[in-house]
Write a protein that binds this ligand. Sequence first.
Ligand code: ZN
Ligand code: ZN
Ligand code: ZN
Ligand code: ZN
Ligand code: ZN
Ligand code: ZN
Ligand code: ZN
Length: 1756
Amino acid sequence: MAAAESDRDPPSALCSEFLNFSARDTATRWLEAADLKHEVYRHLAVYVPRILCLGPTPGGGGAGSSREEQREELACQLLLLAPLEWFLLGEEPSTGLALLQEKNQPSPLCGHVFKVGEPTYSCRECAADPTCVLCMQCFLGSVHREHRYRMTTSGGGGFCDCGDAEAWNKGPYCHNHTPTANTRDSEADPTALLPADMVARGYSIFSIILKYAVDLLTWDQEDQVPAGLEPPERGDTYYCMLFNDEVHTYEQVIYTLQKAVSCSQKEAVSFATTVDRDGRKSVRFGDFQFCEQAKSVIVRNTSRQSKPLRVEVMHSSVVAHQCFALKALSWLGQVIQYSDGLRRTLCQVGLQTGPEGENSSLVDQLMLNDSKMWKGARNIYHQLLMNSLLMDLKYKKIFAIQFAKNYRRLQTDFLEDDHERVVSVTSLSVQLFTVPTMARMLMVEENLMKTIIRTFVDHLRHRDLHGRFQFDRYTAQQAFKFGRVQSLIGDLKYVLISRPSQWNDQLRVKFLEGLDAFLELLKCMQGMDPVVRQVGQHIEMEPEWEAAFTLQMKLTHIITMIQDWCCTDERVLIEAYRKCLSVLSSCHLPEGEQPISLSVAGHTVETFRYQVSQDKVSIHLPLYRLLAGLHVLLSRTEVASRFPEQLPLGELSPPLLIELPLRCLVLCAQVHAGMWRRNGFSLINQIYYYHNVKCRVEMFDKDIIMLQVGASMMDPNHFLMIVLSRFELVHIFSSDCRKRYREANKDVVQQNNTLIEEMLHLIIMVVGERYVSGVGQVEPLEEVRREIIHQLSIRAMAHSELVKALPENGNKETGLERVIDSVASFKKPGVTGRGLYELRPEWTKHFNLYFHHYSRADQSKAEEAQRKTRRQNGEDTALPPPRPPPLCPLFASLVNLLQCDVLLAVEGAVLHWAVEPSGGGWTESMLQRVLHLVGVALLEEQQQLENSSGDDDVTFNYTSKITRPGEAPSTSGSVLALLESLQNAPHLEVHKDMISWILKMVSNIKTMRERSCSTSTVAVSQGQGPEEMVRDKDKAERKRKADMARLRREKIMAQMSEMQKHFINENKELFQQSLEELEASTSAPPERSPPGLEPMCVSQVCVGPRRVGGAEPRQLVTCILCQEEQEVRGHGRAMVLAAFVQRSTVLSKNRRRSLPDPERHDPVFMHPDLSMGVHTASCGHIMHATCWQRYFEAVQLKEQRRQQRLRGHTSYDVENGEFLCPLCECLSNTVIPLLPQTRPPDPSVSHPSLEAWLKLTNQQTAVLRYTHRSQSGGVAEEAEPVVPEGFRVDFAPQNPFSSSVSEMVTAFSVSAYKVGLKVNPNEQDPRVPVVVWSTCAYTIQSIERLLMDEQKPLFGSLPCRQDDCLSSLTRFSSACWTSAPVTTTHTHFVRLFTALHPDASAADAPCVLDMDMFHLLVYTVLSYSSVHTLDQSRWSSVDSAHLHLLHLVTVAHLVQILLTSTTEEVCMDQDGAGSQEEELTCQLYDRLRKHLSSVLPEVTSGWQLYRRVKVGILPFLRSAALFFHYLNSTAPPADLLVAGPGQWEALCSYLSLPSNLLQLHQSQHTQLEPLIQRWCCHPGVRRSLQGGGAVVQFPRESNRLIDLPEDYSVLINQASSFTCPRSGGDKARAPTLCLVCGSLLCSQSYCCQTEVEGEDVGACTAHTFTCGAGLGLFLRVRESQVLFVAGKTKGCFYPPPYLDDYGETDQGLKRGNPLHLCAERYRKIERLWHQHGIAEVIGHAQEANQTLVAIDWQHL
Ligand SMILES: [Zn+2]
Ligand SMILES: [Zn+2]
Ligand SMILES: [Zn+2]
Ligand SMILES: [Zn+2]
Ligand SMILES: [Zn+2]
Ligand SMILES: [Zn+2]
Ligand SMILES: [Zn+2]
């Protein structure tokens, strides 16, 4: 161990200190000291620099630095912290602390502080707001587990709210934190439980240490330490300290460091990582000069574009004390965990006002210096604040007040700083403000609401002339600040999130003060970003719009919350309404220039000239919208009717109120009409967001409400005339200019048509939108329900889609869950897709085509869908308006719009145009809208009639108005008359049903009126009389009959149309069928089953001289590229099959085995652990070799050209020979040539016995071995072996193939070799044929396994493509030796044969336990052919050799299985008389025991052994059957075409084996016995069995993907405690789970990059190289995403097997619904893996989505 000795550190000077130091004595000395602070400081002054000032810690991590850290840690504990503990406790610290904890009476708060990525749970039913969360432990022990909960991952910081009664409406305590007798009353003083002297000692020592720490963390002198801490000896030792900022990138810092301190890239990365994590890091240690030099280089290098990186040269003693200050703070945090009393003491110390008066407590000092500290320091003291002040309810309040007092200053500091908010003390606001009582207290005592808003407004200083925000002139700096200042809105949200249940005068005053400030803020937004229509030129620069909308979006919830607050107190509401109105009137009012007077339909109104299309208009009108909201509240709370005298309703000028919102809506209409095209995307985006679900509640919706407010207070005719005027449409409806106008410019006509449509739609919304509680008489629930109904009327939707379509409230709730089940039914997802909600049919009658939140596209989709369902149900296709809910009294007069003269005139005009649709000035949409309006009016009248007792109080009389003849311009007749004449107009077929519906309504209403006239005289107050009931019954009966008749009619119609459809469908199928046939014929040989899958005679044999098959005369195939037919012949043009070769570890039983060294790997023997194999797959598409070559060249050329144009990868790697199959686009990287079938066996040849054959083959191999050795000149003294008769070593067989075929044979061999061994192509390498045999064997094995796992029959169940692939692969493998040098194949055969038939010369052969027998069988069979050609005597056939080889290998496998099936279980055996099989098994086993004596355990149960043998050998037999089936084209026996009994016998007979396999051994006893002995005597056998390595047992079990937990949060929790294995204890940011082996990796991070093949790759890619031979399946835990990676450049994401209750995945974990494992989906992924289909999935994904190609997969 000399080497280790030498690099051990020199003995430290500290060692002697340890020995001589006594913490107890020091503490005693301190106790006696007069000036404790002086003593403690003196101690620190001496020891701190000695312990923590030992120069540089090596950058790259490693053992040296961690040992250094450990020693430092130990010294700190023993020399510095232990005396403090002794002093505090007065006894041995570990005992003292234990005692403290025992006596402690903890508060019920959990307070667990979250780590990054840890799961947090919030209850959507019980949490006071979404920031209230539980840790996993508490959650699992709480009642919320059974509720609707949300799961997220923590961003770090924040703590568990378990035990905080204010955070939860229900179930505040989990199982563990339920208050018990031992729990302290939260009001009691916890220090009372401690001895008084300890409290006193605690107070004094905490004061000193906390003061020390605060002084040092806020210390800003680089060369001096605070007074009293001067080191005894001061050396010239400095640190060059680098600080982080958010301006410079990682790469910049790394680059600069390499230059400045000349370190390696690795060290630089490590420095940069630490700086990023801790906020600072010393990058150089030495004398002042030395450090100063590095500093100047860094500053110089980083100051070019921005302000330079911050670097300071600090004296080592300063750094040392700062380090200890952090340790001291952590120590404080730990000590107080033991005792609530000590915690209270520390809180007192921290918040004690200092000598400087206000804001001078130690905590104040920390807070106020927050932005000056580095990240690491901040994190540690924030953590301490959470452990102390926030856990003590009394001091939490005091701290909150202090925090609120300093709020403005803290925020200003934060805004000037550039660190993220999570490391700022301001982020503590979430802990303080979200407690409702606290928020209320701060609002009352510290005027918090006003403070926050004022601070916010003051930081947005840029204003225009009118005092409005102006964002378009923002510099980058200001924009950055704007981004940061938004966090204040978050604070405001916390303060307002829970509404007060009780008000007092103080709260009212402060809230209204806050509201004043808020109204000022809104005033600055009112009229922001005005736009003017661009005519002529397109705008040159898109104006800035995002900032204003960001602000609006952020404020949306605040505005809503303020309304919610107002709603809970009448006095506040009234006052707020007044204030809002007065601020509004102080704004500059709408500019009205020229007064004008308009008249339409005999009415006149005074207004002024204003045109949206020419003057300024702004989308931002928050004051109007807030007023609209408050107005609705006046109605909802009935304040308006109860205290009318207190409201300034008289001051309202309705035309002024509607003016600006109306302009905004007209702007939208004009944009739709294409009038603002030249204003660019900026405007389009604004309009989009105006209607978007994120903004509309406080934008579009409120504008509609404002129009409703105005219209309800105005003469409806006047209202409509103003609307017409703003739409610039008055001239069209006021005079006869329509005619003139028809001749006008076509664009103008179209514009006007759209405008008329939009205006009609607006009127529909103004009278019809009544689902806001306060406008209409509805419950809030009905509003959500209506939204959902309308979404689902478009189509069935997934839960997430619905959530996205609904507005969220401040609690991120949409209310969806409360109503969804009543209106929709849920359809579960299958293995793909997601769960969907479908509208229940009974709700379709609520469908409103002009639902105000539909976009035009939504509207037409919904219309189509609704008409379709109606048609399917055999109903008419009219989509009449649904019955609207009644209006609230304040809005009641809105209905008069429907029957006012102006609207009737408009309706009349449109109908009139529709009757004579000659010109272009009319559209069907217009008519449809008019019909809808008529429908709404009729419904209104009907409803009023129904609800009234008599005719008198029904003032609404639309039917009578539409029967009146129309006035100008439609002098032709009444609206009703027009409708009647339209009813049968041929060009209005679509609207026919709707018109009929209207006419029916009119007649219904008429009868109702007549009836009520008569009844009102008869039974005025009796309501429904018996007479009426009879009449109703009659009517109902009539209706029923009519309905029946209609239904019958419709049914017949439906049947007819169904028949028609059926016919088409049938033809479609026919059509499709023919297409498929066409495809099949091109993809496969025309005779689909040449090897005859039809079973023939039962005694079908596939191997040996009795084999059948291969009689197929000709095999014709078609080239997919040129469509020519071609016969498969050895001498013809080569035909090839597109194929994909890949390395595979799917069958691996040993993932720890490292990948073979490509150059030295010897593939001749496959180990039974199958740790890596080569798999070949094909899509089954056949081409001429020449056609394929031409195609591939074209692909290459295209790729070259593409690379010149744009850099980057394609989904396939052309340089590595990859291409996509020209027909099916399946990823391929080579082609397999098609070869003809083997000829049937020659019956004339004799079949030698095993003995004879063994003897001959032995002779032959001896000759070959001798010849090869003599050729290499190494047989000096060996005797020449006997050459068997007719065996000619020098015989050169003729290549049986044409050059075209040979070329392809070489091509495939080489690509299999290249991929399989990961080497450069080399035709001459003797390993080439071996790799080909190996891919044949491995592919067969993996398919056998797949069939077994899926319980499919061995034959007949494979898809064509696999069948084709296996048959061509096997035939090819048997011929591939022809392209290799003959001697290499001979050498291989000699080696293989010797392993089976060991002799003295075969010392290097592996033992029988180290060979996979199926591979051995395939290799020997395939290599034998080349040896056989040398035998010119022809007295034995290849077939008999195959059979002997099969028998030999089978026996070897039997031995292998017996050796490895150590039966440890107790043999509960039956009586001794077993079957013959069992006896023979026992005999063989006994023989083996004899050879190996003690190594094998004794076995008494032959039954059990035999069972194991039978099960163990089955996969081998099945694989062998597949192999010989494809090799010899023998039809399989019928029993193997189905799964079921009789498999074993059929299999054995097909393979020409006795069904009692042991007979093989028995019958050839004399031949085999010596072999068995030699196998057993191989030293490797004994070694393996005695535990020298893992022994593979048979049957090898299929590999499964790892088991995943049912509940996803278990995974998240696991991942959150996973730390990066490289950077000591850091949390991994992207923990990623390997689904194959279960390793957790630290992905996508610099720290875990590894060099693989000369390139730095991320942890996942690196892992794939060891675990999956380049292919990997992962689960990215924090993203809930499956990741597939192949090689370094390819990858894709795949939906995870976790679903929420709505049948949806949550990729990115954004939704937070609980996720559960879907076993079916997981099996699907597993099957994909088993099938070797991952690479293909990646290929398809990348083809479909080009952005995937650009991802740097190797960095994951
Ligand atoms: Zn907890
Ligand atoms: Zn708890
Ligand atoms: Zn709950
Ligand atoms: Zn061709
Ligand atoms: Zn294909
Ligand atoms: Zn793995
Ligand atoms: Zn890492």
